[in-house]
Structures are given as structure tokens and as C-alpha cells.
Design a protein around this ligand. Structure first.
Ligand code: HEC
Length: 140
């Protein structure tokens, strides 16, 4: 019984201490906000990761957001080859995905005609690969 009283005593001291700590620091709520914001951005990143690993929807979206569609269509040749023709030419192997991702980033020419493929140095290798995976998935 004495022990219990002692434990309760210690508990109330700890409670009193932590209470006064909370009151004395007005910054606590700002800190909590920051933590919440940090957590929020973690969540966003995870959501993006989930999208990227799924079945190529993100590749299609990346292509829509970039300038690709001004020179490429899925089924018709514009300035560049139709994506279905690219898919027919290259089997979706890891090697070809890397090769074509490199072409998207650095540009290239001579595979489909005299017009060169525009380089896209701001596109990350990962995004370029997602685009290629989508393009190669269009094979009929
Ligand atoms: C200015 C016009 C233009 C734009 C913009 C463009 N392309 Fe191209 N693309 C071409 C041309 C032209 C070729 C054919 C190049 C060749 O003959 O090697 C090509 C070829 C390709 C190829 C096949 C490469 C090969 O070696 O067979 C892929 C894949 C491709 N483009 C993807 C993309 C993607 C993805 C984007 C957007 C990020 C894009 N292109 C933007 C004109 C363009």
C-alpha cells in the first residue's frame, strides 16, 4: 500500500512537471505544426511512389505533362514515330528500357528518319523509364 502511494506520488510530480513544461513553452504548438507538415510531405512522397510502381499510368501522365505529344501520338506518326511503332520495334526488356530512357534524356537520331529526337535533360532517369515502360506497353 505504501508502495502504491509512492508511485502515485511520483506520477503526480511527473505530471506536474510536464504540465508546467507545456505551459512555459509557447513554441510547442509551432513545433507540432512543423512536425505535422513534415509528416504530410512524407505521405505525399509515398503516394507518388505507389503511383510510380503501378501499371504505367504514371508514365502516361508524365508524357502528357511533358512536350512529347507535340511530336508523338500513340497510333499515328507525327514528327516522331507513333508510340505503337516504337513498341513494335523494341521488346520491353530492361536493356531497351534503359536505351530508350537515355534517348529521351539525351536525344537521338537516325533510327526513324532524319529528324532528331529532342533531348530532355530535365527529365530524371526514373521518369524517363516510366515513360518508356508506358510506350512499350502500347504494343498491339
Ligand atoms: C521535337 C519533336 C519531339 C519531341 C518533343 C519528342 N520527340 Fe521523341 N522522337 C522525335 C523524333 C523525330 C524521333 C525519331 C528519332 C530517330 O530517328 O532516331 C523520336 C524518337 C523517340 C523514341 C524512339 C527512339 C529510338 O531510338 O527509337 C522515343 C521512345 C521517344 N521519341 C519518346 C519521346 C518522349 C517520351 C518524349 C517526351 C519527353 C518525346 N519523345 C518528345 C521527336 C520528338
Amino acid at each position: 500500500m505504501k508502495k502504491l502511494a509512492l508511485i502515485l506520488g511520483i506520477c503526480s510530480v511527473i505530471a506536474a512537471c510536464s504540465n508546467s513544461e507545456t505551459k512555459s513553452t509557447d513554441n510547442t504548438s509551432a513545433g507540432a505544426d512543423q512536425a505535422a507538415t513534415a509528416q504530410q510531405s512524407n505521405v505525399d512522397t509515398n503516394v507518388n511512389n505507389i503511383g510510380t510502381s503501378s501499371t504505367g499510368t504514371t508514365g502516361a501522365e508524365l508524357i502528357k505533362k511533358s512536350d512529347c505529344l507535340s511530336c508523338h501520338k500513340e497510333d499515328v506518326k507525327l514528327l516522331g514515330p507513333a508510340y505503337q511503332d516504337v513498341a513494335a520495334k523494341y521488346p520491353a526488356t530492361e536493356e531497351n528500357i534503359e536505351l530508350l530512357a537515355g534517348k529521351i534524356i539525351k536525344g537521338g537520331s537516325g533510327n526513324w528518319g532524319d529528324i532528331p529526337m529532342a533531348p530532355h535533360p530535365t527529365i530524371s532517369e526514373n521518369d524517363a523509364k516510366e515513360m518508356v515502360k508506358y510506350i512499350l506497353s502500347l504494343k498491339k
